[in-house]
Design a protein around this ligand. Sequence first.
Ligand code: PLP
Length: 405
Amino acid sequence: MRINDNFEKLPESYLFSEVAKKLAAYKSEYPEADVIRMDIGDVTLPIVPCVIDAMHRAVDDMAQSSTFHGYGPEQGYESLREAIAVVDYRKRGIDIDADDIFISDGAKCDLGNLGDIYSTDSIVALADPGYPVYVDTTVMSGRAGELLPDGHWSKIVYLDCNAENGFKPAVPDTHVDVIILCSPSNPTGAVMTREELEKWVAYALREKALIIFDSAYEAFVRNPELPRSIYEIRDADKVAIEVRSFSKTAGFTGLRCGYTVVPKALCGTDAEGREVSLRKLWNRRQSTKFNGASYIVQRGAEALYTSEGREAVRINIDYYLENARTIRACMQDAGFTVFGGDESPYIWVKGKNGESSWELFRTMLEKYNISCTPGVGFGSEGEGYIRLTGFNSRENTLRAMERIK
Ligand code: PLP
C-alpha cells in the first residue's frame, strides 16, 4: 500500500502544538510562573442556559421510544436549517433557502472537506497570513505543489496581507480557480468592507472562480456598514460558498456544530464544459461521507435562534469584544502598532524593534509571563507580529494588561 505522499510534504509541527510545547517547557523550568494565556483561540464562557435546557430536553427525548432519534438527515434537521435561513439571512435581507444550508460538526471539517468537490488541479488562492488549515488541507489534497525554500508552496497563489493593505487580500492579476477568504480574519482581525468583497465577487464572476468565504467570526462584527455574510453582495450566490460555525459565536467549540451554505445558483463546469450544481455535489458528498451532527447538539443550536438565545449570545460576544478592545488600547498605549481587536476577538501586534515573531513570543513569555501566538505561524507575511486574543476572562485580561503597562 502506498501512502498519500502529500502528508510527508507537510512540515512536522502544527503551529498551536509548537506553542503548547514551548509553554510546557517554560512551565517545567519555572513552575512558579503565573503565565496568562493570551494565545487561546478557544472560548472560555460556558454555554448559555437556554441551549443547555434544550440539550437536556433532547437527552430526555433519547430515553423514550416515542421521541427517540436515530440517524438524522445528513443535511441537518429542517427546523434548525429553517431558523438559520430566517434569522441569519432573510431577516437581514438576504435570500437564502433552508435547502441550501448544510449543518456540520464545525467549520474546520467543512473547510477541509470542500476540496472533495472541486478538481484536483484547481489553483487555490489564500491569504497570507491566514488560518493554517487552509494551507495544510490544500497540501493534503495535492493541490499545493512543492514546498519552496521560502516556505511557500509552488502551486498556491498567496494573497499577501500586510500593514500597507490593512491586512485585506487584494484581487490577483492572474487566474485562480478557488479563493479562500476569511472575514473577520483569523489571525489579523481585519474585516473586509462591502466594496472589497464586491471586487472579489466581480473577479469570481469574470474568472468563473469559486469563493469559499469563512465567516466563523461574523457575530463579532457590530458595525452595520461592514458585511457579515458574502451574500450581502449582489450575485455572490453565483460564486460563493459560506462556511459558518457556532464555535466562537456561541461557545460550541466542544459541542461541535456549524453550517455551510451552498446556494442553488452556484455552478462549476465539468470536463465537457457543462455547468454542474455545486449544491448537488456537496449534498452527494455529505450524504456519502457524513451522517449528520448529533441530534442533541442540533437541538441546542436551534435554541440559539430564540430571542433568549440571541440575547444571551450577544452578551457573551460583547464580553470578548470588550476584552479585545482593552488589549488593543493597552498595547497601543505601550507603543505597539496594533491591528484588529475592533470587530474581532483577535489583536494583531507588531514588534516595536523589528523582532521576529518568535523573539516577540519569547519576550512576552519571559518578561511578562503572557503567552501569545507568533504571527509567522500563520504565513510568512505574519513575520514580526504576534496574535493576542480576547477569549480569556476579564480578570486575566486586565491582569495581563497591567503587566504590559
Ligand atoms: N475558521 C476559522 C477562521 C477559525 O479560526 C476556526 C477555529 O479557530 C475555524 C474555522 C474552525 O471552527 P470550528 O470549531 O467550527 O471547526
